[in-house]
Design a protein around this ligand. Structure first.
Ligand code: CU
Length: 296
């Protein structure tokens, strides 16, 4: 899509108005959030919109005050200034009103932070899937079936044009997206509560998934937690969001959500070989088809 295109402007205007769109991947010229894919993400975006209104109102009010003071009380307009230096009423007001605004923002913000971290009480044990996420310089690795005999680890590395290793070659025909697609995507089942245990093996990274409005630092020596539940299969993209070194930009996150049966089969295939698992993923969920479907 080119910026001269009428569609570009129409869609930009639509996203400005908060209508959103069904895009699953970042788009050229996009300025709003990606479409929320979880209930939590919807609530976070709604909260963002509320806070935006408050910020705009405060900015207009303060700008208006400044202009009024500059025009009304400059040396020419007001040659003999008054000498008073206190006004109790106004001083109480400009303390209490901002405090009330901040309390109101905190009231909306803290429950959301808690919600992103702690799974809802209705999540039953058999609906919870734990995946360990580790940041490394400069790739992610994911551990599945943590603590069981079936535990295995998958390294997820960014695909590039002209990569020295052929398995890391970017294939746009397959639906690969530069800077976002990886060799071994993270895979999780739909309709389950996916609980992520996030840490790092060297420096601080951050696991971020815009469509879920989730982001948390991956800290060496510390375990952070996030969870999400999505009811439709799909392909989601995120990136490391903590400047972690020279190849920070080489740490995208590609997440494939599959129905449980396909998730189980992907695990079986991965035991055979990572290549077999990748081929299976491309067969059941071609990234290109997912992009086309979500752009409609
Ligand atoms: Cu990183």
């Amino acid at each position: 899509m080119r910026s001269g295109d009428w569609k570009y402007w129409a869609l930009s205007a639509a996203s400005l108005l908060g209508c959103g769109s069904a895009w699953a991947v970042p788009q050229d010229g996009g300025i709003n959030f990606q479409t929320p894919a979880t209930e939590t993400a919807k609530r976070v975006q709604d909260f963002h919109n509320e806070v935006l209104i408050i910020i705009v109102a405060i900015t207009i009010f303060v700008t208006g005050l400044l202009i009024w003071v500059m025009l009304r009380y400059n040396k020419r307009a007001n040659p003999v200034p008054k000498k008073f230096s206190h006004n109790t009423v106004i001083e109480i007001l400009w303390t209490v009103v901002p405090v009330l605004i901040l309390v109101w923002i905190a009231k909306g913000s803290f429950p959301l932070l808690y919600e992103q971290d702690v799974m809802p009480a209705e999540a039953r044990e058999e609906e919870i899937v734990d995946i360990k996420v580790y940041g490394n310089m400069w790739f992610w690795d994911y551990t599945y079936n943590v603590g069981t005999d079936n535990e295995f680890n998958v390294e997820s590395r960014m695909l590039k044009v002209g990569a020295p290793d052929p398995s890391l070659e970017l294939q746009p025909a397959r639906g690969d997206i530069a800077q976002l697609s990886v060799n071994n995507p993270m895979v999780a089942p739909v309709g389950k509560y996916i609980r992520l245990k996030i840490s790092a093996k060297d420096v601080i990274h951050a696991w971020a998934m815009p469509q879920f409005m989730l982001k948390v630092d991956a800290m060496p020596g510390r375990l952070n937690q996030l969870w999400f539940k999505v009811d439709e299969p799909g392909v989601f993209y995120g990136q490391c969001s903590e400047l972690c070194g020279k190849d920070h930009s080489n740490m995208p996150i590609e997440l494939r959500l599959l129905p449980q049966a396909q998730y189980d089969e992907w695990q079986v295939q991965y035991k055979t070989s990572p290549e077999a698992a990748r081929a299976y993923l491309d067969r059941v969920q071609p990234a290109k088809a997912a992009q086309v479907a979500s752009a409609q």
